[in-house]
Design a protein around this ligand. Structure first.
Ligand code: GLA
Ligand code: ZN
Length: 658
């Protein structure tokens, strides 16, 4: 059931403020708070001395006001005594310099001391609050990121990880191709983490190191999850993800969690408030895709962000509410705002909360109150609803990392290209799931695969089967380039998908920032950017051709009938308008439901369950917009009628029962 909450730091406020804060929260409609995720130094002020009294009191207070508590395990900020007495806690960078305490995140997931002391504090917390009715669930740590640590433990564990994967040094040498530049290893002791930090290191080595460090974060979290499950089996466990692009594989990180959570800070500058909600929509769809189910927002924009960079603009009237409803419309079941009040001390004094330093609730607080009121009112209707789509984008953390290790052309970026596909679909009013590339594809009509640069035969056959069974598959350039060990394949591109695409790449040109054009069958013309595959159709039909340079007249995009389905291959990275044109016509051919004709900056999303569906409409611009929704519906937001042509105010929201 959707609910509204705030992040609260009792340890940062005078005790006399706790009660009035809790009362005001209750009055404003807050039903959940997150506490304690950075409070290790207050929970264990010195080794083995625990102080839970203050947290007991805070939990009791919120419970008394009917506010559920999410407790964060405090492991993202190890206290100074821990780092001083056990320096192995601190990560070492590729030059072997430690990351000092003072910020947070100064901990190596493989550090024996960190693991030992983290297990103790998590165990104490879990045991203490296991049966506390006010504690509704747990957040592990805070915004895990990939830590490229080179300490002795990381070295030992990396070596053991490689031994498990490759078994013999001979296999590792062969699979990585270490013969290049005399890099062959003669003994396991020569294999270290990639020291020196050079971009010239072997890409197979760098990719495996990234996978290993993801596994290190996963193992560190799993140690905590195991304790929480054992000591506190009746509560859920989640983690708050930072937005993509991340170096950490969120799919692996969330495998054993109950649901994923995401921290959402859409940009507030006037020039970004139209584009940022589009990339925000992608982030929210990614968050839903991590576990293929509804998720939580554990931190949501509440005021101007800033601190170590100049402050952004204050959220424009309506923006906080609209962005929170946007989260819910894309599958959030709770939106917890960061933070209740702006901090008086510390590095984040100007990362504004709902209430300013003055402690006088103002415009943003009133808007939050309205939001909480609406969400609480509509929660029973939205209970059990989720987002269902017929279109999917297959996101791949592995491709993102491999392409980050070796960028293919100037200005070409995996995640930015995913944003373009997603934005085109969003502008077309097509709902899309963004799921891991390894997920089953049942129920989808249209599947878009951003570059499958690393590709194995299993994945290729699964995708070919999807098309053969009647699906429409859209493949991008830089597909089938390498095997999963980041080694180039010796066969015409797109490698294992060449047969189902009915086309091969005769030659390619990394055109980078050079401007090129392509022309479609109907005569329309678009920019062809970043990359040019010069295509040689086998069974496929060209549907767009390059318009200039030495490859003028050569096919740039092809369509192949394959089994009962269709495979489209896009050899370049055309401008957004082309994707709108292509996805729009594919969706119409496939009968994919959409709300056509959305004005720029207007987004829609639908949540439904058996027997009920609700359409959310947003205007993320600073002008009124007219949106044709086809006919008159009942507005569940206002309780009145919503006409077939809706007028939506700047940052306005409408929710209708369809
Ligand atoms: C992240 C963290 C929060 C806070 C905000 C603002 O999202 O999880 O603790 O630091 O950033 O910087
Ligand atoms: Zn380490």
């Amino acid at each position: 059931m959707p609910r509204i909450g705030v992040d609260y730091y009792p340890e940062q406020w005078d005790r006399s403020l706790w009660e009035p804060d809790a009362m005001l929260m209750r009055e404003a409609g807050v039903t959940v708070v997150r506490l304690a995720e950075f409070s290790w130094s207050r929970l264990e002020p010195e080794e083995g001395r625990f102080e839970f009294g203050w947290l007991d009191e805070a939990v009791e207070l919120f419970g008394r006001h009917g506010i559920g508590v999410v407790l964060g395990t405090p492991t993202a900020a190890p206290p100074n005594w821990l780092a001083r007495r056990y320096p192995d806690v601190l990560p070492l960078d590729s030059q072997l310099h430690p990351q000092y305490p003072g910020v947070r995140g100064h901990r190596c997931y493989n550090s024996p001391s960190l693991n030992r002391y983290a297990a103790v504090i998590v165990d104490k917390l879990a045991s203490r609050y296991a049966h506390n009715p006010s504690v509704i669930g747990w957040q592990t740590d805070n915004e895990f990121s990939l830590i490229a640590c080179h300490c002795p433990s990381c070295n030992d564990k990396f070596r053991a990880w490689l031994q498990r994967k490759y078994e013999s040094l001979e296999t590792l040498n062969r699979e990585w191709g270490t013969v290049v530049w005399s890099g062959e290893f003669g003994q396991w002791s020569e294999v270290t983490t990639p020291l020196g930090g050079s971009k010239h290191l072997n890409p197979s080595y760098l990719l495996d190191y990234n996978r290993f460090q993801t596994d290190s974060a996963v193992a560190f979290q799993q140690m905590q999850v195991d304790i929480l499950r054992e000591k506190c089996p009746d509560r859920w466990v989640t983690h708050n993800l930072w937005s993509y692009p991340s170096y950490l594989d969120y799919y692996k990180l969330c495998e054993t969690l109950d649901f994923a959570s995401f921290d959402y800070y859409p940009h507030t500058s006037p020039d970004k408030t139209e584009t940022s909600p589009y990339s925000g929509a992608l982030s929210l769809d990614l968050a839903r895709g991590v576990k293929r189910k509804n998720f939580w927002i554990m931190e949501q924009l509440s005021g101007s962000p800033g601190c170590w960079f100049p402050m952004w603009r204050m959220p424009y009237p309506g923006y906080i509410r609209a962005a929170s409803w946007q989260s819910i419309s894309r599958g959030a079941d709770a939106v917890v705002h960061f933070r209740w009040r702006s901090a008086l001390t510390g590095a984040e004094q100007f990362w504004h909360g709902l209430i300013d330093h003055s402690n006088v609730p103002g415009r943003r607080f009133r808007e939050f109150r309205q939001l909480a009121d609406e969400v609480n009112r509509l929660a029973p209707l939205l209970e059990g609803t989720t987002v269902r789509n017929e279109t999917a984008i297959l996101f791949s953390h592995e491709q993102h990392i491999a392409l980050d290790i070796q960028p293919q052309a100037s200005g070409m970026n995996y995640f930015e290209n995913v944003k373009t596909y997603h934005k085109a679909l969003t502008k077309l009013g097509i709902g899309v799931d963004v799921i891991n590339w390894t997920e089953p594809l049942d129920g989808y009509k249209l599947v878009i695969t951003p570059s499958l640069y690393l590709l194995d035969w299993d994945t290729a056959s699964r995708l070919a089967q999807f098309a053969a069974d009647g699906g429409t598959l859209v493949l991008m350039n830089r597909t089938g380039v390498k095997n999963l060990n980041n080694v180039c394949r010796m066969e015409p591109l797109p490698g294992p998908l060449a047969e189902c695409a009915g086309v091969t790449v005769e030659e390619y040109d990394p055109i980078g920032g050079d401007m090129h054009r392509m022309t479609c069958a109907g005569g329309s013309s678009y920019e062809a950017l970043q990359w040019a595959d010069i295509l040689s159709p086998v069974t496929a039909e060209p549907i767009a051709w390059y318009a200039d340079d030495y490859f003028a007249g050569k096919p740039a995009v092809t369509l192949n009938r394959y089994g009962r389905g269709t495979v489209c291959y896009i050899g370049t990275n055309p401008e957004e308008a082309y994707f709108i044109h292509l996805f729009g016509s594919l969706a119409d051919e496939l009968g994919i439901g959409r709300l056509a004709g959305l004005p720029e900056g207007v987004q829609v999303s639908c949540r439904s369950k058996e027997g009920a569906a609700y359409l959310f409409i947003f205007n993320f611009t600073r002008e009124d917009k007219e949106v044709n929704i086809g006919r008159e519906y009942d507005s569940i937001l206002t309780g009145g009628k919503a006409g077939s042509v809706l007028r939506v105010a700047p940052y306005g929201v409408e929710i209708v029962k369809v």
